[in-house]
Ligand binder design. Structure first.
Ligand SMILES: CC(C)(COP(=O)(O)OP(=O)(O)OC[C@H]1O[C@@H](n2cnc3c(N)ncnc32)[C@H](O)[C@@H]1OP(=O)(O)O)[C@@H](O)C(=O)NCCC(=O)NCCS
Length: 172
């Protein structure tokens, strides 16, 4: 098993895996264009034959917060440590950026608890709320658990202004 940073040729496999897990809401859907644009956020794992076996991404909000997203392992490669290895690599990457808190939203708290994450109140993560939740159709029916590792942020870099900016059509 090899864990490495993703490269653009991995985008197809990443997209197919995330897509296969987004129909039932297990993962947030990501378009191919979004994955290409953010491919440097992604880490992938290869099996011993050099085949793609899973992925995960680290989104940086700032030194106060990063978010682990899109963690997925192909069904055949599960239960062999690949998922944990991806999360550990993303945590190490957050460390190299001196990020003080790493968060995630999940329906699998037990998997992440053993990797050092603890459940937190989602209002402690305003950047995540402004980035995704504010525009999510499930905002009032969300069944995901907010988790974090490290010191909860006391600042936010996103806010209502950014949300409104995205919603206001350009006056040409
Ligand atoms: C969750 C997922 C990434 C785990 O990947 P994996 O490679 O099977 O995980 P690992 O082999 O590293 O498992 C490590 C530990 O987590 C446990 N674990 C694995 N999947 C789990 C799950 N669904 N729920 C709870 N614990 C789980 C394992 O039992 C193992 O514990 P052990 O070391 O005591 O045996 C994988 O099942 C997956 O891709 N699921 C679908 C996508 C998904 O739900 N992603 C998370 C969204 S936030």
């Amino acid at each position: 098993m090899l864990v490495r940073k993703a490269r653009l040729p991995d985008a197809d496999s990443i997209h197919a895996l995330i897509r296969s897990l987004s129909f039932d809401g297990t993962l947030l859907p990501r378009t191919f264009a979004e994955i290409c644009e953010n491919v440097r956020d992604f880490t992938v794992v290869e099996n011993d034959r050099g085949e793609f076996a899973g992925c995960g991404a680290l989104h940086l909000y700032g030194p106060h917060l990063a978010e682990i997203r899109s963690i997925a392992v192909t069904p055949r490669a599960r239960k062999q440590g690949a998922g944990s290895a991806i999360v550990q690599a993303l945590l190490a990457e957050a460390d190299t950026h001196s990020v003080s808190c790493v968060c995630l939203f999940t329906r699998l708290p037990d998997f992440f608890r053993q990797l050092g994450f603890a459940q937190v109140d989602r209002t402690a993560l305003p950047d995540k709320i402004y980035k995704d939740c504010a525009n999510c159709p499930r905002i009032h029916a969300c069944d995901e658990i907010a988790m974090a590792r490290g010191v909860l942020p006391d600042i936010a870099v996103l806010g209502p202004a950014q949300v409104e900016e995205r919603l206001i059509p350009l006056q040409l």
